[in-house]
Write a protein that binds this ligand. Structure first.
Ligand SMILES: *Cc1c(COP(=O)(O)O)cnc(C)c1O
Length: 448
């Protein structure tokens, strides 16, 4: 059934029909003309977006240097240590510990904060599954706090009321590379005496009031997995200003052995696993890091241009930043799809049409708090042995996140590599969105 056009849509259609349905600041050179690629027209874009990763001779040299040294393990070489110092310096952190990946950085950090079965951890539902898994692996109870739909970040105003006597760690995520509301979160952490662990796995060089993300909490975790803005295929790091926590992290990630094991029968320091970074990763990261500042600037410039253009049209609303977010790492460009502005075309149809125009995109995360495996785990033997039945039975209701549920239906993502090119790339994204909007009725009919 067709819904009648509201005034805004009518104006949009009328403007498009008059050939001026694009922002005046954008010179689209006729690219919005023609039918959608999905309906047999020419795609807006035929060339690929910038490829990822970006590398050249510095990376080759770093890897060959390591290969030829025969020192491939951090206990023998210096590559990981050199990277740790460089990353600490670049972020203004006192200490950095590199790890095998971001998940192990989080696991290590939670161990250092003495997370135990029976404890609760506060986290957002709009995040990568690793943020949740590290909580569940400790048989701690994940307490999801709903999302702020304007920013896609954890709604910091709702954190305080989610705290109980069991709450052991606040685990906000800087999703997409933008910042969670750190002023509010740090105040809660201070007032309640609950440590703040930042999942900054998407937020390399992002900032809050001029301070690098990952350095505001007691510990901050990063990922250098292949998709991330700083990449060694796999890799991770922990930042902290606390030497005692650094040493706990070191021993945990080094199979219970401290930094200077006297001998093989030296005393083991607590629990541990092998979560060490290799020298190859360390060497590669030193080279990749040389590119990060410039890449970050290009992403910021292009993302700002795309935001400006999307703000001039209806229907795709970019995620806002909190005023305190002085720098967005733009691991993801996130926006909300308003299907009312597209004649009711479902998001799936929009994404398909946009891809057909040569613009890669996705719908982003599904509600993590609703993943069936959590409930399965919580009703399993381990959790039932640890927690009162009442607590587990109330968990689902307590961690409902209705705002996030809706957001997950509206999300549209563009990935960081798409922002490493030119302003024209941004114009083409907007041109494709405009074209789809103009033909939304036809696309909707062809889809159903
Ligand atoms: C990538 C990511 C992780 C996990 O990092 P890995 O290096 O893949 O283990 C954790 N949290 C968030 C938000 C991430 O994006």
């Amino acid at each position: 059934m067709k819904s009648p056009l509201d005034r805004r849509q009518f104006l949009g259609v009328a403007a498009a029909a008059a050939g001026s349905g694009v922002p005046s600041s954008v010179n689209l050179q006729g690219r919005t003309n023609g039918r959608p690629a999905l309906l047999g027209g020419q795609p807006v874009r035929s060339q690929a977006f910038p490829s990822w990763p970006d590398f050249a001779s510095p990376e080759e040299k770093a890897l060959l240097r390591t290969l030829k040294s025969g020192k491939w393990f951090r206990g023998e070489g210096k590559e990981v240590e050199v990277f740790e110092r460089a990353y600490a310096e670049a972020t203004g952190a006192r200490f950095c510990l590199a790890t095998a990946n971001g998940t192990s950085a989080l696991l290590t950090s939670l161990h250092a904060l003495d997370l135990q079965p029976g404890d609760e951890v506060i986290l957002p539902p709009y995040t990568f599954v690793a943020t949740l898994n590290v909580v569940l692996l400790n048989y701690a109870l994940p307490i999801f706090v709903d999302t702020d739909p304007d920013t896609f970040q954890i709604d910091a105003k709702k954190v305080d009321s989610a705290i109980t006597s069991r709450t052991k760690v606040l685990l906000p995520v800087h999703i997409g590379g933008s910042a969670a509301d750190m002023d509010t979160l740090m105040a809660i952490s201070r007032n309640r005496g609950i440590p703040l662990l930042e999942d900054a796995c998407q937020a390399h060089f992002g900032e809050w009031k001029g301070r690098k993300l990952g350095t505001l909490g007691v510990l901050g975790c990063f990922s250098f997995q292949a998709s991330k803005n700083l990449n060694s295929g796999e890799g991770g790091a922990i930042l902290t200003a606390r030497e005692d926590l650094l040493e706990k992290c070191y021993a945990f990630h080094n199979n219970s052995r401290g930094r200077k094991p006297a001998s093989f029968d030296a005393r083991y320091i607590g629990l541990g696993a092998n979560l060490r970074m290799t020298e190859f990763q360390g060497a590669l990261l030193q080279a990749q890091m040389q590119r990060l500042e410039e890449q970050s600037r290009i992403r910021e410039r292009n993302a700002a241009a795309l935001t400006r253009m999307l703000d001039e049209i209806d229907g795709l609303v970019p995620a806002r930043m909190y005023p305190g977010c002085t720098r967005n790492a733009y691991h993801l460009f996130m926006a909300r799809y308003k299907k009312e502005a597209f004649s009711g075309l479902p998001r799936g149809g929009f994404l398909k049409a946009l891809r057909a125009e040569g613009i890669p995109c996705s719908g982003g995360y599904a509600p993590l708090n609703k993943e069936p495996y959590i409930k399965q785990l919580l009703s399993g033997r381990g959790y039932r042995q640890i927690y009162p039945a009442r607590l587990l039975d109330q968990w689902e209701e307590r961690t409902a996140c209705p705002v996030n549920d809706k957001l997950c239906e509206e999300g549209v993502w563009f990935t960081q590599n798409m922002f490493l090119g030119t302003n024209e790339d941004m114009e083409q994204i907007v041109a494709a969105v405009q074209k789809i909007r103009r033909y939304a009725e036809d696309l909707k009919a062809s889809n159903s």
